[in-house]
Write a protein that binds this ligand. Sequence first.
Ligand code: AMP
Ligand code: ZN
Length: 114
Amino acid sequence: MTEDCIFCKIVAGKVGGPPLYQDDEMTAFKDINPQSPTHILIVTNQHLASLNEATEADQAVLGRLLLLAAKLAKDEGIAEQGYRLVINNGREAGQEVFHLHLHLMGGRKMRLMG
Ligand code: AMP
Ligand code: ZN
């Protein structure tokens, strides 16, 4: 756990309620400021600031993030109508929390850029 990282604190159960999903490698929880009816964040339990820090050792967990997103989309009932997965990587992309996370958004029609 990295001190002062809000997502590390959520993974450790020190902030927020019970996560939607958690296993040894990943945690999923609701975005505090949802941009769509379903807006879930999926994070690696291990602190990785961004994709820039990922290595081949992270290959499996990065793949599992996508599989978990698909599972949660099914659980939320939005798999068929469609959903969007977003990673904001770096400052100019709008990354605000520097702990790698995947946004799972759905439940409304998306435009190209939002
Ligand atoms: P990003 O801009 O890709 O770094 O996204 C960060 C996301 O984290 C934003 O959508 C925030 O609403 C969300 N967020 C920040 N703090 C919390 C928190 N304590 N619990 C849940 N979501 C959070
Ligand atoms: Zn962290």
